[in-house]
Design a protein around this ligand. Structure first.
Ligand code: GCU
Length: 329
């Protein structure tokens, strides 16, 4: 065990010592770390991004993708981007909350009317502002990836109404907004990093969690949680980011290639996503998971109190929520 840790530590030290963008015989290699497994559609989209960047640059820039939290948790990866030890990452918007209070707005329950509304907001002015809102912290957002809708899964029972959350320790992302959301719905929120969640569920440190279908499936949490209740309480997107240190070392032409490659990978990822959701639901059901579709009404009844609590803590989000609600094209 000690030996394995030492090997991991030496590997990490070596990878990070080289910096986020390393020059190897005239080829720039950008290191990109993330928390998902390689079968997840976001990993495939990042590989696609690298391929497009390599093509656009005539082989002069490559992206090396490190999945599975190999380089750190989402929070750690963001810190490594800030100092330029890692060049790029893909994290949940929830993980950016500490760097951009504005972005935390995306974690409010039932914020969007429907899928078209999500696209209008993220691809419009507000989306652009949110992507650049972390730049002062040395993190430049390039594009959003679809992370669908998050729903509750539990080890012991379906979550048919918020009342079923009472007494349950529910894993949340390391985000104040997520804590407020689960507490407001009636559960006991417990922040755990994504990579540690399987064990936390297995050992009973938490009884339940929430995520989109591809993540529930690819993380294998369905092996432990046999009840998946599709209440779709949030639609928090993923964000692809580049360290401003790496970005500023690229020529204007290279910056255009990177932005284009990211945008193209987002289009590709959206295509993969729909299929991945269907596959995930099919496979977890085959593995014995009981999927239910509870009425959203009782969950919606809790929303006003969650919003009131959030606005009390972060007054400035009120105007942004209004702008989002008024967005219709
Ligand atoms: C989603 C998201 C990940 C995040 C995970 C989580 O799957 O895409 O980036 O790590 O949620 O719940 O932590």
């Amino acid at each position: 065990m000690l030996m394995t840790r030492r090997i991991v530590f030496v590997f990490l030290a070596l990878v990070l010592a080289l910096g986020g963008c390393q020059l190897d015989t005239g080829v720039k290699i950008i290191k990109m770390g993330h928390a998902q497994v390689v079968s997840h559609p976001v990993h495939q989209a990042m590989v696609f991004l690298g391929k497009r960047l390599e093509e656009k640059s005539g082989g002069k820039i490559k992206v090396k993708v490190y999945p599975n939290q190999q380089l750190g948790t989402e929070r750690e990866l963001l810190e490594l981007l800030q100092i330029g030890s890692v060049g790029m990452t893909k994290v949940s918007a929830a993980s950016l909350e500490a760097f951009s209070p504005e972005i935390s707005v995306l974690g409010l329950p039932y914020l969007f009317r429907d899928d078209a509304h999500i696209t209008q907001v993220l691809e419009g002015e507000i989306g652009k502002e949110l992507l650049l809102s972390t730049e002062k912290y040395w993190l430049r957002g390039l594009c959003f990836y679809d992370a669908g809708k998050r729903s509750f899964y539990s080890k012991t029972k379906p979550i048919a109404t918020p009342a079923d959350l009472a007494g349950l320790k529910v894993r949340v992302q390391e985000s104040k907004m997520a804590i407020n959301m689960v507490r407001g719905m009636g559960g006991s929120p417990t922040p755990v990093s994504y990579g540690e969640l399987y064990t936390a569920l297995q050992q009973g440190i938490v009884d339940a969690a929430e995520n989109n279908p591809p993540s529930f499936y690819n993380s294998r949490h369905y092996e432990v949680c046999k009840y998946y209740s599709i209440d779709e309480h949030t639609a928090i997107p993923d964000v692809v980011l580049v360290s401003t240190k790496v970005w500023s070392e690229l020529s204007p032409e290279e910056q255009v290639w990177l932005q284009e490659a990211a945008d193209e990978s987002a289009v590709y990822q959206t295509k993969l996503w729909k299929e991945a959701v269907e596959e995930a639901l099919r496979e977890v059901q085959k593995a014995g998971v009981e999927i239910s579709y509870p009425s959203k009404e009782p969950f919606l009844d809790k929303v006003a109190a969650v919003y009131a609590q959030v606005f009390q803590e972060q007054k400035q989000l009120e105007a942004l929520v209004q702008r989002i609600q008024q967005t219709n094209k």
